[in-house]
Ligand binder design. Structure first.
Ligand code: FS2
Ligand code: SF4
Length: 527
């Protein structure tokens, strides 16, 4: 086992015996086999014209890559089943049978792991190879979501095949790898746009909506992860049962979508970001559905009422395929539900690009009059490290004439504080899930258009909190768009060597977060 794909990696260098996330060495090794198999499959289909590639290849690659994202699938049986599907799709060229035993499968991928490649290519090259792979994993996750709504972008599918095949061929030229990473950023922009359109067309454009952070009396189901299609199905299947449905974590923005909020039994939001789930799920009096990441080791106090969906898995935890949630409904009816009514807070969601651009005139006038001095995007992932309090401190220390945009589960670091209003608008605008970084891009592009300047000339700063590989996809998207001076934290990725970081700093002005005071001063000066 060697894994350094996420921000919480052991000692900031790599997990070698056991993942901080809970991944065992056995699971990590199987995930490496699965990733290797996806690269082999890409090599197998790359010579075919895109239109001649079997239709099942793109969704299979997406599912396989998504399953290896941090905090998604810890179930060896599920990973093995995916490996066998990918090898079967490769055919005899794989050189290993789809029903081969575990040791043969591990031998198949023996030279593909990070350590073997580092010995061969050096850490700079492997860091760039992994940056690309992690970007592709994020693209795969978002493409998988879009495909659930029957949306796909052939250019994104084609890029995934091309990039995986280049990795399989051992691309080791630094300039070529940098180019591939920026091309991955282009694919990332496309997939974010695809998912944004799919969500808007399926569930309506988000509109500003107050959400109760709390609960009401009655039977209850908690839905976590990012998959709005699952949430919709659950809402439909609980209609008229008296069961209330609550969102958790990255599901919070669901309340802004007309086709979801029209269900009156979408009753509120329960809990904070993913890393608090072991405590929070234990106190939830009903079943919990984990539709995507971020899943943690289920505590025995709720393991028997936890359900995983789709690519998510944990050994011994009930897994649901298809769209029949009757087992969840039955579990909710058998559980006690809430006895009391509690409102901890109310949070406004629904500031996607349509809602914000709907008041663009007000915003532009406010910038011209000096009422709004700066736009600060603070978003991304949350995580358990204490130093993530930086993001709370940063937001609360910002001047009252700075508008704050947020998205992703990193937003939970910003909630619980009254930011007031600026120019008659809420100062804190919640743009949605991590994938709604696309909304931030659209708003920034529109502002740049209104002021006839480039994005980098706007009074705009971007501070990203990263944790897993979807954040890598979003970062590459921003770099592809030419966005400069992005701050990232709380730690820099372990897979980026000082040499590669030097290139990113020089080319894009990418920088680590500093102190709150220094960073605010620098943001104000840059504006
Ligand atoms: Fe948060 Fe976890 Fe959204 Fe990431 S719930 S860190 O997967 O994708 O942000
Ligand atoms: Fe470690 Fe993160 Fe890899 Fe899990 S996903 S094994 S925590 S680096």
């Amino acid at each position: 086992m060697f894994c350094y794909q996420c921000e919480q990696t052991t000692r900031g260098t790599g997990c070698v015996k056991f993942g901080v996330c809970g991944k065992t060495a056995e699971t990590a090794d199987l995930q490496d086999v699965l990733v290797h198999a996806t690269k082999r499959l890409a090599t197998r289909v790359a010579p075919l014209a895109a239109a001649d590639r079997p239709a099942e290849i793109a969704p299979l690659l997406e599912t396989a890559l998504f399953a290896t994202l941090t905090n998604v699938n810890f179930d060896d049986a599920a990973i093995l089943a995916l490996i066998r599907r990918v090898i079967a799709a490769i055919g005899p060229e794989a050189g290993v049978a789809a029903d081969a035993d575990r040791s043969a499968l591990l031998a198949f991928a023996a030279q593909s792991g990070i350590e073997a490649r580092t010995a061969r290519f050096g850490a700079d090259v492997v860091g760039l190879q992994e940056l690309l792979l992690y970007g592709l994993k994020g693209v795969a996750a978002y493409a998988h979501h879009a495909r659930r709504m029957d949306r796909a972008d052939p250019a994104v599918d084609a890029f995934t095949v091309e990039a995986l095949a280049r990795l399989d061929a051992g691309e080791s030229e630094i300039a070529a790898l940098l180019g591939l990473n920026l091309a991955c950023g282009e694919a990332s922009v496309k997939v974010l746009a695809l998912l944004d359109a799919a969500h808007g067309d399926t569930f309506g454009k988000p509109t500003p909506t107050p959400v109760r952070i709390g609960h009401v009396p009655g039977k209850a189901i908690l839905v976590s992860g990012h998959d709005l299609v699952d949430l919709k199905a659950l809402l439909e299947q609980t209609e008229g049962t008296g069961i209330r449905v609550y969102t958790h974590g990255e599901m919070l923005p669901a309340h802004g979508y007309p086709e979801l909020k029209k269900h009156a039994h979408l009753a509120g939001h329960f809990g904070g970001a993913w890393m608090r789930q072991q405590k929070e799920f234990a106190t939830f009096p009903g079943p919990i559905v984990m539709t995507t990441n971020c899943l943690q080791d289920p505590d025995s106090s709720y393991a028997d009422r936890l359900f995983t969906r789709d690519v998510v898995g944990w050994p011994g935890i009930a897994h649901l395929d298809g769209s029949d949630f009757s087992a969840v409904v039955a579990a909710a009816l058998a559980a006690p539900g809430f006895a009391d009514e509690v409102t901890h807070a109310t949070h406004l969601v629904g500031f996607g690009h349509d809602a914000v651009l709907g008041v663009a005139g007000t915003v532009v006038d406010a910038v011209k009059s000096g009422a709004i001095k700066h736009f600060a995007l603070i978003g991304g992932c949350d995580g358990s490290e204490g130093e993530r309090s930086y993001y709370t401190d940063l937001a609360t220390a910002m001047p009252a004439d700075w508008m704050i945009l947020t998205l992703g589960c990193g937003k939970f670091r910003l909630l619980g504080h009254d930011y007031g209003t600026v120019a008659g608008l809420p100062r804190l605008l919640d743009m949605g899930q991590c994938n709604d970084a696309f909304s931030a891009v659209k708003v920034a592009q529109a502002l740049a258009g209104a002021f006839d300047c480039g994005i980098n000339d706007l009074p705009l700063s971007l501070t990203l909190s990263w944790f897993e590989q979807k954040a890598v996809c979003v970062l590459l998207a921003l770099l592809h768009l030419g966005v400069k001076n992005i701050r990232i934290g709380p730690k820099l990725p372990a897979f980026l060597t000082p040499t590669v970081l030097g290139v990113l700093v020089e080319t894009f002005g990418l920088k680590p977060i500093g102190t709150v005071e220094d960073d605010i001063r620098a943001m104000a000066t840059a504006a």
